[in-house]
Ligand binder design. Structure first.
Ligand code: SAH
Ligand code: SF4
Length: 418
C-alpha cells in the first residue's frame, strides 16, 4: 500500500527526492497516524471489514489516536478484545523517534527527531505564562537557502509526511503528559468529567515555523493541520495555528481558503536589492506581488492580522529609512498587519550580525509611531540552538558518539543533582 516512489518539489534545488504521504515500514504494517478518517475506513474495508464495521471502527480508532493519544490497539477498550490483535497485526500507531531531547534554561525544549527511514528533523516547544507554543517542522532541511537561516544550509531535503507533521504534535503531548486521563468505557457513554480531565493544557498554539517551507509541502501540511483541527481529535482552533511562509505567492490563497490558519510572512527587507540577497525566493516572487497576495489573503482582517516577520541584520536592513519604507508599504497595500521584529540569531559561519539593541528599539518605535504594532521578539532557547533560524539537525553538527557522550554526562549530572 505504501507508495515509495519519489517526487520532486519546486524550489531552488529541483528535483528533490521526497517520500509520498506514507513512509513505508519494514514490517509491512501501515502507520495510521496522518491518515484522514475516511482513509482509515477504506483501509479497514480493504483488510476485510464490512462497510458498517469499517466505518464504526474507523471512528473509534480515530478518537483513540487523536483525542486520547493511545499508541497501542490493546488499550482501545471499546473495541472487541478479539479485534484488537487483528488491528495490531495490520496497522501501527507511530511517533517520530526521539534522538535527543534538550531543555533550555528559559524552559524552551527542543527535540531532535528521526523518521522511520532515518531522516532527522527538529521540533521546539516554547512555554510562556499564558500559552505554550509548539514550533513544528514541515520538511527535513529547506530548499530555499535564505542567507541568514541555518536550516537553509542543510544539504538533505525531504518533505515530511502528514503523519510525521501531526506526529510532532502527538509526541509533544506525550512528553508534556497532556492526554486526557480516565477509562472511557464507551464512546457513546457520557464521560465522567471528574475522571476525564487533561493536565492544564500546556500546548495551546502551533506555529509552522520549524524547518522547511510549509507551502512547498502544501498537501502534507494541509493534511496534518486538518487532523490537528478536527473536532473529534486534537480539536485545536485555526485561530491558534500560524503558518509562516517565506513568500510562496501562488500557494498563499489556497492556504487561506483550504487550511484557514493565521498567516505569517517572512518579509525581512523592503527593497528588491536587499530581499533578493537575503531571501532569494524574492527573485521569483517580488515584494509587490507578495504584499498583494497578503492583501488578498482570505480571512485576514483587523481582528486577524497578518504577521510580518522582520529579522534584524546589522547594517543590512535595519536603518530608519527601512523602517519608514516598511510602514509605507504596509499602508499602501492597506494591510491588517503586525510586525514581529526578530533579533538575528547567530550560527557558526553566518554572514550577518544582529543589529544593536538601540537600533532594534528605534526601528520598532518608528513602526509603532505610525500605528502598527512592532514588538521585538525575545529570542528563546538560544543556548540549545532552538531559536528561529538556528535549527539544523545535530546529525550534521555532531557525531553520534559525541551525542552519546553528552547524554551520559547529562544523566550523570541529573543523578548527582537528584
Ligand atoms: N520557512 C518558513 C518558516 C520557518 S522559519 C519561513 O521562512 O517563513 C521561521 C522564521 O525565522 C522566519 O521568519 C525566518 O525567516 C526566521 N529566521 C530564519 N533564520 C533566522 C535567524 N538566524 N535569526 C532570526 N530569525 C531567523
Ligand atoms: Fe527555508 Fe524559512 Fe530558512 Fe528561508 S528562513 S531557508 S524559507 S526555513
Amino acid at each position: 500500500m505504501a507508495d515509495t516512489t519519489l517526487m520532486s518539489i519546486p524550489g531552488q534545488v529541483d528535483p528533490v527526492p521526497v517520500a509520498r504521504d506514507i513512509t513505508p515500514r519494514a514490517d509491512g504494517r501501515i502507520d495510521l497516524i496522518g491518515l484522514p478518517k475516511d482513509r482509515i475506513r477504506e483501509l479497514f474495508a480493504e483488510a476485510g471489514l464490512d462497510a458498517k464495521q469499517a466505518k464504526l471502527r474507523a471512528k473509534q480508532v480515530f478518537h483513540w489516536l487523536y483525542h486520547r493519544g493511545v499508541t497501542d490497539f490493546a488499550a482501545m477498550t471499546d473495541i472487541a478484545k478479539t479485534m484488537r490483535p487483528w488491528l495490531a497485526e495490520r496497522f501501527y500507531i507511530g511517533r517520530p523517534d526521539v534522538v535527543e531531547a534538550q531543555h533550555s534554561t528559559d524552559g524552551t525544549r527542543k527535540w531532535l527527531l528521526r523518521t522511520s527511514d532515518g531522516h532527522e528533523f527538529e521540533m521546539v516547544f516554547i512555554p510562556d505564562a499564558d500559552r505554550g507554543t509548539l514550533c513544528v517542522s514541515s520538511q527535513v532541511g529547506c530548499t530555499l537557502n535564505c542567507r541568514f537561516c541555518h536550516t537553509g544550509t542543510m544539504k538533505l531535503v525531504r518533505n515530511l509526511t502528514p503523519g510525521e507533521i501531526v506526529g510532532q504534535v502527538l509526541l509533544a503531548r506525550d512528553s508534556l503528559g497532556e492526554w486526557p486521563k480516565g477509562s472511557m468505557a464507551g464512546l457513546d457513554e457520557v464521560e465522567d468529567s471528574a475522571e476525564y480531565t487533561s493536565d492544564g493544557r500546556l500546548l495551546t498554539n502551533i506555529v509552522m515555523m520549524g524547518m522547511g517551507e510549509p507551502l512547498y509541502n502544501f498537501d502534507n501540511v494541509k493534511g496534518a493541520l486538518k487532523l490537528v483541527m478536527d473536532g473529534d481529535g486534537l480539536a485545536l482552533s485555526k485561530r491558534r495555528i500560524t503558518l509562516s511562509t517565506s513568500g510562496v505567492v501562488p500557494a498563499m490563497a489556497r492556504c487561506g481558503e483550504e487550511i484557514g490558519v493565521n498567516l505569517a510572512v517572512s518579509l525581512h527587507a523592503v527593497t528588491k536589492e536587499i530581499r533578493d540577497e537575503i531571501v532569494p525566493l524574492n527573485k521569483k516572487y517580488g515584494i509587490e506581488e507578495l504584499l498583494q497576495a497578503c492583501a488578498d489573503y482570505p480571512g485576514a482582517s483587523n481582528a486577524r492580522r497578518i504577521t510580518f516577520e522582520y529579522v534584524m541584520l546589522k547594517d543590512k536592513n535595519d536603518s530608519d529609512e527601512h523602517a519608514h519604507e516598511l510602514v509605507r508599504l504596509l499602508k499602501q497595500y492597506d494591510l491588517p498587519a503586525k510586525v514581529n521584529l526578530i533579533p538575528f540569531n547567530p550560527w557558526p559561519g553566518a554572514a550577518y550580525e544582529c543589529s544593536t539593541p538601540e537600533r532594534v528599539k528605534r526601528f520598532s518605535e518608528i513602526v509603532f509611531e505610525h500605528g502598527i504594532s512592532a514588538p521585538v521578539r525575545t529570542p528563546r532557547g538560544r543556548d540549545i540552538d532552538a531559536a528561529c533560524g538556528q535549527l539544523k539537525t545535530a546529525a550534521e553538527k555532531k557525531s553520534r558518539a559525541q551525542r552519546d557522550r553528552e547524554a551520559t554526562a547529562a544523566e550523570a549530572t541529573e543523578a548527582a543533582a537528584g
